[in-house]
Design a protein around this ligand. Structure first.
Ligand code: URP
Ligand code: ZN
Ligand code: ZN
Length: 487
């Protein structure tokens, strides 16, 4: 019997730090050895001419999730995970969303029921908190944390999800106490509602006005406010889907001055613009997402920020709603833009797009690609055994052909959608083989894994986000005239 289950040989190994020629041996789902040459193996995979990289970790996606307005995303944990795997991912972290009145325990139970029987990939959840009652804050979030759900997401927008500044402070404080990370969707809710009212009064209700209704300033103001709230209680913060120059500049400035701030942008903000919202007929509805697509100058500036290291990750924000009355048009085919479902698919396009427009076009290095697609998410979100090629780590590996050119087409997708916003894009580089814990999930253009084989990953507080364990400066007794205030 061979010492190893699988040996991947002859490839170029890429981590967030290095590129080198070498072989990888896998035993019992873990990387057992990395060396210049490894003999043997019950199965040998030839990676000649290929890049062997950590499997992608998709850290922002909405799978089998009801939106704030109650519409269920098109993808369940089967189609979502299959689509993610074909896109080069070996693991994903969708959201488990609390809607008002729900306990956190029932939310987690619901998502366990959706994920465990269906996912072909390992998964975890970020918890969306929309109802931070005293019980949720005192008992339920700590219990979720104990279970390995170590990131809590909050919305500053959407009436039914917005927790308000005080709610955000409460959640940041609980998260900080337990070493969890708070994620925030930052848009100024009142600004958006105010714009909506004026646009409605002007009869401006077509999909393109979605972009007008959610101005860049709404994001910039909210990011600034969220950062100030996090600094007040000295808690780490992760700003999701940054779409503006102003927002990215705040993130860059704060990171440079030592704020424990993490952030991402998404392929749609790098690839598409608000001109897509003005496509003929109702086509623009396909491009409605929040925050909205911006202009060409912003698109280019965001690429500069990706290259400069402002963002930890490029995530898909896969929020799939079909182009029909069960999805985008739940409120009717002629619904005004505020009543069209927010979000677009992209879980399979994220990494091929980032590789092609990033690495192949020379905007980022291979090391940056690995960091942005996998390693940083693993470290920031506490996926301790994932996100790198290291002996002892899970054998989560994607083998890429960096030369293959292909055109993105709906008919090649594996999600449950009836459109892709990336339709027709010419991309260089294809993830040919995806391995999760040593098992081949995708190879030869086919799904090789069984429904439900993916496992829940209990996450740790990450080294980068864990509480520093000292009192927030604003709460120090010396600053509060000697009074002890609970942070
Ligand atoms: O438009 C989007 N991104 N919909 C998904 C929900 C959210 O805001 O993240
Ligand atoms: Zn969001
Ligand atoms: Zn999202």
């Amino acid at each position: 019997m061979s010492e190893f289950d699988t040996v991947i040989h002859g490839g170029t190994l890429v981590t967030a730090a290095e590129t080198f020629a070498g072989d990888i041996a896998i035993r019992d789902g873990r990387i057992a050895a990395i060396a210049e040459r490894i003999e043997g193996g019950a199965r040998r995979l030839d990676a000649g001419g290929r890049l062997v990289m950590p499997g992608g970790i998709e850290a922002h996606c909405h799978i089998a999730q009801e939106s704030s307005s109650g519409v269920l995303s098109a993808d369940d944990y089967y189609t979502g995970s299959v689509s993610a795997a074909f896109g080069g991912n070996a693991c994903f972290v969708p959201f488990a969303a609390q809607h008002r009145g729900q306990t956190i325990a029932e939310v987690i139970e619901t998502y366990d029921g959706r994920a465990a029987p269906n996912s072909v990939l390992d998964y975890s959840y970020h918890l969306i908190v929309s109802d931070p009652t005293p019980t949720v804050l005192r008992d339920e979030l700590p219990r979720a944390f104990e279970r390995g759900i170590t990131s809590f997401k909050v919305f500053m927008t959407y009436d039914l999800m917005n927790v308000g500044d005080a709610g955000l402070l409460d959640i940041l404080t609980v998260a900080k106490t337990h070493g969890a990370l708070t994620m925030v969707h930052a848009e100024n809710n009142d600004m958006v509602k105010w714009m909506n009212a004026r646009l409605a009064a002007a009869g401006a209700i077509e999909p393109k006005y979605h972009a007008v209704s959610r101005p860049e300033l709404a994001e910039e103001e909210a990011i600034h406010r969220a950062v100030c709230l996090a600094k007040l209680v000295d808690a780490p913060l992760f700003v999701v889907h940054v779409s503006t120059r102003g927002g990215a500049a705040i993130v860059a400035r704060e990171r440079a001055s030592g704020t424990r701030l993490f952030s991402e942008t998404c392929p749609q903000y790098l690839a598409l613009t608000r001109a897509d919202l003005d496509r003929p007929g109702r086509e623009g509805a396909k491009y409605i997402c929040s925050p909205p697509l911006r202009d060409e100058a912003t698109r280019e500036a965001l690429w500069d920020h990706v290259a400069a290291g402002t963002f930890d990750s490029v995530s898909s924000d896969h929020a799939p709603y079909r182009f029909d009355e069960g999805g985008k048009f739940l409120n009717g085919l002629d619904a005004p833009y505020p009543k069209i479902a927010n979000g677009m698919p992209g879980i399979a396009a994220r990494l091929p797009y980032l590789f092609s427009e990033g690495v192949a076009e020379g905007r980022i290095t291979l090391q940056q690609f690995v960091a942005l697609s996998s390693s940083n998410a693993a470290r920031v979100f506490g996926l301790d055994t994932k996100g790198s090629l290291m002996p002892g780590f899970d054998a989560d590996i994607a083998i890429w052909n960096p030369e293959t050119r292909r055109t993105m087409r709906l008919e090649d997708q594996h999600d449950a959608m009836d459109y892709t916003p990336f339709e027709g894009m010419e991309l260089t580089g294809v993830p040919e083989t995806v391995i999760n814990r040593g098992e081949i999930v995708v190879a030869d253009g086919e799904l090789k894994a069984k429904r439900g084989r993916g496992r829940f990953v209990a996450r740790k507080p990450s080294g980068r986000s864990a509480a520093r364990g000292h009192v927030a400066p604003e709460f120090a007794a010396a600053r509060a005239y000697g009074t002890e205030i609970a942070p």
